[in-house]
Write a protein that binds this ligand. Sequence first.
Ligand code: SF4
Length: 306
Amino acid sequence: MADLPPRATKQLKSVALKSGATVCGIADATAFDAHAPEKHRPGDLLPGARSVVVVGGAQPREGDWAATSPWVMQTMGTTERIQGVGRRLAQYIESEFGYYALYVPPGTASGDTPFLSLMLAAQLAGLGSKSLAGPVLNRDHGFMYWSAVITTAPFEADGVETTPACPAPACREMWDRERTTPCLATCPGSNGGCLSGKLENGRAVRTFYDAARCNTRVHTHWVGGFQKVLEETLNEPDREKRKMLLYGDFFTRSHHLLLHEHRAVLRVHARLPRRPRAQGDEITMKPPAPTAGHPRFAPASRAPLQ
Ligand code: SF4
């Protein structure tokens, strides 16, 4: 088995940033074993997995937050920007280094459990830590979207973050003053919301989270919304009402979102500092090495991936 070049990890991270990622980190594939359920670990998805490359970025733009139309906000997509970076890195790892690389797509095999938890991957790759509101927050950039690539390449792993971004200093001040934080005040579990918690010794402690309720509010137009209207339509005996359900704007938008893998971006994190960053930088890559290519498509004379 050929070793990775000495600067391979640096080189990969540099390509990730040039491709539009705001941050890039590496997790050891075996680090998931202690946290992820069976069938949802890197080695379950790619035999011989040794590293997980995680990229973060694609935060909503300033213009997104200033948009006045809820329909625009519900229809816009942001996650696909960072997914494009993940796909590029998978291709780059195979063509440049000759190891298997599996881009982890969004979605689930069944229920709500993702193929591989991207939030866990981001934490293990040292890119952030879980917040009181739920999402993993990066210390410099706050809320981000994530993408991951599982690979058999032994890249150098990063250590997990030791100082969490949450609670932010402003949240600690607010807690001292009002016994609440922006996320708790926005979605209080005691008043029809999904979240309760407190700060203890400067650390956030979540005491309640209504996942089912939160899901129905966040994923209003995605798979669940589509299925719900479809079921109602099939059960609706009145022809005119069936047409209203199918051709109405809710079903149309849900369908549009499914086609484009978009998700609503309305989040309680609207009050966190945001730093938009250009995502359009073009990747500068060397042409594929002579040994490049997936074995299934590679001519017999090419070396197989490792
Ligand atoms: S608003 Fe403050 S306390 Fe709440 S998740 Fe964000 S950083 Fe943490």
